[in-house]
Design a binder for this molecule. Structure first.
Ligand SMILES: Nc1ncnc2c1ncn2[C@@H]1O[C@H](COP(=O)(O)OP(=O)(O)OP(=O)(O)O)[C@@H](O)[C@H]1O
Ligand SMILES: [Mg+2]
Length: 262
Protein backbone atom coordinates (compact mmCIF):
# COMPACT_ATOMS: atom_id res chain seq x y z
CA UNK A 1 0.00 0.00 0.00
CA UNK A 2 1.29 3.47 -0.88
CA UNK A 3 -0.28 6.40 0.93
CA UNK A 4 -0.37 9.88 -0.59
CA UNK A 5 -1.77 12.90 1.21
CA UNK A 6 -3.03 15.86 -0.78
CA UNK A 7 -2.90 18.95 1.41
CA UNK A 8 -2.64 22.71 1.49
CA UNK A 9 -3.85 25.09 4.18
CA UNK A 10 -5.12 27.34 1.44
CA UNK A 11 -8.69 26.62 0.40
CA UNK A 12 -9.93 26.06 -3.14
CA UNK A 13 -6.59 25.13 -4.72
CA UNK A 14 -7.74 21.83 -6.24
CA UNK A 15 -7.09 19.31 -3.45
CA UNK A 16 -10.35 17.40 -3.78
CA UNK A 17 -10.28 17.57 -7.58
CA UNK A 18 -6.74 16.15 -7.53
CA UNK A 19 -7.74 13.29 -5.22
CA UNK A 20 -10.71 12.27 -7.37
CA UNK A 21 -8.90 12.61 -10.69
CA UNK A 22 -5.76 10.79 -9.57
CA UNK A 23 -7.82 8.11 -7.81
CA UNK A 24 -9.88 7.53 -10.95
CA UNK A 25 -6.82 7.29 -13.18
CA UNK A 26 -5.05 4.85 -10.85
CA UNK A 27 -8.21 2.71 -10.67
CA UNK A 28 -8.41 2.68 -14.49
CA UNK A 29 -4.92 1.20 -14.49
CA UNK A 30 -6.24 -1.69 -12.43
CA UNK A 31 -4.96 -0.47 -9.07
CA UNK A 32 -7.14 -0.95 -6.00
CA UNK A 33 -7.61 2.59 -4.77
CA UNK A 34 -9.09 4.09 -1.61
CA UNK A 35 -9.83 7.80 -1.30
CA UNK A 36 -10.28 9.09 2.24
CA UNK A 37 -12.23 12.27 3.05
CA UNK A 38 -10.55 14.02 5.99
CA UNK A 39 -12.44 17.29 5.48
CA UNK A 40 -15.49 18.05 7.67
CA UNK A 41 -16.99 19.85 4.66
CA UNK A 42 -17.12 16.48 2.96
CA UNK A 43 -16.59 17.70 -0.62
CA UNK A 44 -15.07 14.38 -1.66
CA UNK A 45 -17.97 12.53 -0.06
CA UNK A 46 -20.51 14.79 -1.81
CA UNK A 47 -18.69 14.36 -5.13
CA UNK A 48 -19.72 10.70 -5.12
CA UNK A 49 -23.30 11.41 -4.14
CA UNK A 50 -23.22 10.82 -0.37
CA UNK A 51 -24.50 13.49 2.00
CA UNK A 52 -21.96 14.31 4.75
CA UNK A 53 -24.78 15.82 6.86
CA UNK A 54 -26.74 12.59 7.09
CA UNK A 55 -24.28 9.78 6.34
CA UNK A 56 -24.51 7.08 9.04
CA UNK A 57 -20.87 5.94 9.14
CA UNK A 58 -17.72 7.84 8.32
CA UNK A 59 -14.12 8.62 9.29
CA UNK A 60 -15.69 10.14 12.41
CA UNK A 61 -16.40 6.63 13.76
CA UNK A 62 -12.64 5.93 13.84
CA UNK A 63 -12.18 8.69 16.39
CA UNK A 64 -14.73 7.34 18.88
CA UNK A 65 -12.59 4.72 20.62
CA UNK A 66 -10.09 6.62 22.82
CA UNK A 67 -7.25 6.58 20.30
CA UNK A 68 -7.66 2.86 19.45
CA UNK A 69 -9.14 1.52 16.22
CA UNK A 70 -11.29 -1.61 16.77
CA UNK A 71 -10.39 -4.53 14.50
CA UNK A 72 -12.56 -4.58 11.40
CA UNK A 73 -14.00 -1.09 11.82
CA UNK A 74 -12.15 0.65 8.94
CA UNK A 75 -13.34 -1.98 6.43
CA UNK A 76 -16.95 -1.49 7.56
CA UNK A 77 -16.82 2.24 6.80
CA UNK A 78 -15.76 1.91 3.17
CA UNK A 79 -18.26 2.39 0.36
CA UNK A 80 -18.21 2.10 -3.43
CA UNK A 81 -18.09 4.95 -5.89
CA UNK A 82 -19.32 5.32 -9.46
CA UNK A 83 -15.81 4.25 -10.59
CA UNK A 84 -14.94 0.54 -10.52
CA UNK A 85 -11.86 -0.11 -8.37
CA UNK A 86 -12.22 3.19 -6.53
CA UNK A 87 -13.49 3.02 -2.95
CA UNK A 88 -14.36 5.84 -0.55
CA UNK A 89 -13.96 6.28 3.17
CA UNK A 90 -16.42 9.15 3.60
CA UNK A 91 -16.53 12.16 5.93
CA UNK A 92 -19.42 13.43 7.96
CA UNK A 93 -19.88 17.01 9.09
CA UNK A 94 -19.59 15.73 12.69
CA UNK A 95 -15.82 15.72 12.05
CA UNK A 96 -15.91 19.45 12.71
CA UNK A 97 -16.28 18.69 16.44
CA UNK A 98 -13.12 16.57 16.61
CA UNK A 99 -10.67 19.31 17.59
CA UNK A 100 -12.59 19.95 20.79
CA UNK A 101 -13.16 16.29 21.68
CA UNK A 102 -9.69 14.96 20.92
CA UNK A 103 -7.67 17.31 23.12
CA UNK A 104 -5.34 15.23 25.28
CA UNK A 105 -6.48 11.84 23.95
CA UNK A 106 -3.45 9.54 23.75
CA UNK A 107 -2.64 8.46 20.17
CA UNK A 108 -5.12 10.86 18.56
CA UNK A 109 -2.62 11.78 15.85
CA UNK A 110 -2.19 8.16 14.73
CA UNK A 111 -5.79 7.08 14.19
CA UNK A 112 -5.71 7.26 10.39
CA UNK A 113 -2.38 5.46 10.34
CA UNK A 114 -3.77 2.68 12.52
CA UNK A 115 -6.93 2.39 10.44
CA UNK A 116 -4.93 2.11 7.20
CA UNK A 117 -2.64 -0.51 8.74
CA UNK A 118 -5.72 -2.75 8.95
CA UNK A 119 -6.38 -2.25 5.22
CA UNK A 120 -2.77 -2.78 4.13
CA UNK A 121 -3.44 -5.77 1.87
CA UNK A 122 -6.75 -4.51 0.51
CA UNK A 123 -5.56 -1.46 -1.44
CA UNK A 124 -2.59 -0.54 -3.64
CA UNK A 125 -3.02 3.23 -3.32
CA UNK A 126 -4.63 5.45 -0.71
CA UNK A 127 -5.22 9.16 -1.33
CA UNK A 128 -6.02 11.37 1.65
CA UNK A 129 -8.04 14.53 0.98
CA UNK A 130 -7.57 17.26 3.56
CA UNK A 131 -9.31 20.24 5.05
CA UNK A 132 -7.59 23.58 4.43
CA UNK A 133 -6.57 24.10 8.05
CA UNK A 134 -4.03 22.59 10.39
CA UNK A 135 -5.65 20.47 13.06
CA UNK A 136 -5.97 16.92 14.28
CA UNK A 137 -7.14 15.66 10.87
CA UNK A 138 -4.23 17.09 8.90
CA UNK A 139 -1.78 15.92 11.55
CA UNK A 140 -3.25 12.43 11.13
CA UNK A 141 -2.84 12.62 7.36
CA UNK A 142 0.77 13.78 7.55
CA UNK A 143 1.59 11.00 10.02
CA UNK A 144 -0.01 8.31 7.85
CA UNK A 145 1.30 9.44 4.45
CA UNK A 146 4.48 8.34 2.72
CA UNK A 147 4.23 11.08 0.10
CA UNK A 148 2.60 14.49 -0.09
CA UNK A 149 1.15 16.45 -2.98
CA UNK A 150 0.67 20.17 -2.40
CA UNK A 151 -1.60 21.65 -5.07
CA UNK A 152 -1.02 25.37 -5.57
CA UNK A 153 -3.14 27.65 -7.64
CA UNK A 154 -1.01 29.67 -10.05
CA UNK A 155 -1.66 33.11 -8.57
CA UNK A 156 0.32 35.24 -6.12
CA UNK A 157 -1.86 34.90 -3.04
CA UNK A 158 -1.77 31.14 -3.38
CA UNK A 159 2.02 31.20 -3.45
CA UNK A 160 1.98 33.05 -0.11
CA UNK A 161 -0.27 30.28 1.18
CA UNK A 162 2.27 27.72 0.00
CA UNK A 163 4.95 29.29 2.19
CA UNK A 164 2.63 28.88 5.16
CA UNK A 165 1.92 25.26 4.27
CA UNK A 166 5.63 24.44 4.00
CA UNK A 167 6.27 26.07 7.36
CA UNK A 168 3.49 23.95 8.91
CA UNK A 169 4.89 20.85 7.27
CA UNK A 170 8.32 21.56 8.71
CA UNK A 171 6.82 22.01 12.20
CA UNK A 172 4.72 18.83 12.06
CA UNK A 173 7.58 16.79 10.59
CA UNK A 174 9.87 17.95 13.38
CA UNK A 175 7.41 16.84 16.05
CA UNK A 176 6.73 13.53 14.29
CA UNK A 177 10.44 12.94 13.59
CA UNK A 178 9.45 12.06 10.08
CA UNK A 179 10.44 13.35 6.63
CA UNK A 180 7.76 13.41 4.01
CA UNK A 181 8.83 13.88 0.40
CA UNK A 182 6.54 16.40 -1.25
CA UNK A 183 5.64 17.49 -4.74
CA UNK A 184 4.23 20.94 -5.45
CA UNK A 185 1.60 20.74 -8.19
CA UNK A 186 0.57 23.98 -9.93
CA UNK A 187 -3.17 23.96 -10.64
CA UNK A 188 -5.70 26.04 -12.59
CA UNK A 189 -2.94 27.26 -14.85
CA UNK A 190 -4.11 29.58 -17.61
CA UNK A 191 -1.31 30.28 -20.04
CA UNK A 192 -3.22 33.23 -21.54
CA UNK A 193 -2.99 35.25 -18.34
CA UNK A 194 0.13 37.06 -17.15
CA UNK A 195 -0.68 36.30 -13.53
CA UNK A 196 -0.63 32.56 -14.16
CA UNK A 197 2.56 32.63 -16.24
CA UNK A 198 4.40 34.88 -13.79
CA UNK A 199 3.42 32.84 -10.77
CA UNK A 200 4.45 29.58 -12.43
CA UNK A 201 7.85 31.13 -13.19
CA UNK A 202 8.16 32.30 -9.61
CA UNK A 203 7.33 28.80 -8.36
CA UNK A 204 9.95 27.32 -10.69
CA UNK A 205 12.58 29.72 -9.40
CA UNK A 206 11.72 29.31 -5.73
CA UNK A 207 11.15 25.53 -5.56
CA UNK A 208 13.24 24.06 -8.38
CA UNK A 209 13.53 20.66 -6.73
CA UNK A 210 10.04 20.13 -5.39
CA UNK A 211 7.99 21.58 -8.23
CA UNK A 212 6.33 19.17 -10.62
CA UNK A 213 7.54 19.94 -14.14
CA UNK A 214 4.03 20.30 -15.59
CA UNK A 215 0.92 22.16 -14.46
CA UNK A 216 -2.77 21.29 -14.38
CA UNK A 217 -4.58 23.69 -16.73
CA UNK A 218 -7.89 25.41 -16.10
CA UNK A 219 -10.52 22.99 -17.33
CA UNK A 220 -14.27 23.28 -16.82
CA UNK A 221 -14.65 19.51 -17.18
CA UNK A 222 -13.60 19.11 -13.54
CA UNK A 223 -16.68 20.95 -12.34
CA UNK A 224 -18.86 19.01 -14.79
CA UNK A 225 -17.49 15.74 -13.41
CA UNK A 226 -18.19 16.75 -9.80
CA UNK A 227 -21.75 17.67 -10.75
CA UNK A 228 -22.20 14.33 -12.49
CA UNK A 229 -20.68 12.42 -9.53
CA UNK A 230 -18.07 10.73 -11.69
CA UNK A 231 -14.29 10.87 -12.06
CA UNK A 232 -13.10 13.42 -14.66
CA UNK A 233 -11.45 10.72 -16.79
CA UNK A 234 -14.67 8.75 -17.03
CA UNK A 235 -16.43 11.90 -18.27
CA UNK A 236 -13.77 12.78 -20.82
CA UNK A 237 -10.59 10.74 -21.14
CA UNK A 238 -8.70 13.25 -23.26
CA UNK A 239 -9.61 16.65 -21.88
CA UNK A 240 -6.53 18.82 -21.12
CA UNK A 241 -6.94 18.60 -17.37
CA UNK A 242 -7.17 14.81 -17.34
CA UNK A 243 -4.12 14.53 -19.59
CA UNK A 244 -2.10 16.62 -17.14
CA UNK A 245 -3.14 14.44 -14.21
CA UNK A 246 -2.20 11.36 -16.24
CA UNK A 247 1.37 12.69 -16.33
CA UNK A 248 1.17 13.23 -12.61
CA UNK A 249 0.13 9.59 -12.11
CA UNK A 250 3.23 8.55 -14.06
CA UNK A 251 5.30 10.68 -11.71
CA UNK A 252 3.61 9.12 -8.67
CA UNK A 253 4.24 5.60 -9.95
CA UNK A 254 7.88 6.49 -10.62
CA UNK A 255 8.32 7.90 -7.10
CA UNK A 256 6.69 4.83 -5.62
CA UNK A 257 9.13 2.59 -7.44
CA UNK A 258 12.10 4.68 -6.29
CA UNK A 259 10.96 4.32 -2.68
CA UNK A 260 10.38 0.58 -3.07
CA UNK A 261 13.78 0.07 -4.67
CA UNK A 262 15.56 1.60 -1.66
N1 LIG B 1 -7.84 22.62 -12.97
C1 LIG B 1 -9.02 23.19 -12.69
N2 LIG B 1 -9.63 23.96 -13.62
C2 LIG B 1 -10.81 24.57 -13.36
N3 LIG B 1 -11.47 24.45 -12.20
C3 LIG B 1 -10.91 23.68 -11.25
C4 LIG B 1 -9.67 23.02 -11.44
N4 LIG B 1 -9.38 22.34 -10.30
C5 LIG B 1 -10.39 22.58 -9.46
N5 LIG B 1 -11.31 23.39 -10.00
C6 LIG B 1 -12.55 23.91 -9.40
O1 LIG B 1 -12.15 24.81 -8.37
C7 LIG B 1 -12.97 24.65 -7.21
C8 LIG B 1 -12.11 24.26 -6.02
O2 LIG B 1 -11.51 23.01 -6.28
P1 LIG B 1 -11.40 21.88 -5.15
O3 LIG B 1 -12.69 21.72 -4.44
O4 LIG B 1 -10.77 20.71 -5.76
O5 LIG B 1 -10.36 22.62 -4.20
P2 LIG B 1 -9.98 22.26 -2.68
O6 LIG B 1 -8.56 22.67 -2.51
O7 LIG B 1 -10.32 20.85 -2.39
O8 LIG B 1 -10.95 23.22 -1.86
P3 LIG B 1 -11.21 23.19 -0.27
O9 LIG B 1 -9.98 23.81 0.34
O10 LIG B 1 -12.42 24.04 -0.11
O11 LIG B 1 -11.38 21.78 0.14
C9 LIG B 1 -14.01 23.60 -7.60
O12 LIG B 1 -15.16 24.26 -8.04
C10 LIG B 1 -13.37 22.83 -8.73
O13 LIG B 1 -14.32 22.30 -9.64
MG1 LIG C 1 -11.51 20.06 -0.86
Amino acid sequence: MRIWAVANQKGGVGKTTSVVTLGGLLAEQGKRVLVVDLDPHGSLTSWFGYDPDTIAHSVFDLFQHQGKVPEGLPAQLITDTSCPGLSLLPASTALATLERRMVGVEGMGLIVSRALAQLWDDFDYVLLDNTPSLGVLMVNALAAAQHLIIPVQTEFLAIKGLERMLHTLEMVMRSQKNRLPYLIVPTMFDRRTQASVKSLNLLRKTYPDQLWRFAVPVDTKFRDASQAGVTPSSLDRETHGVRAYRHLVDEMLAQTETVEAR
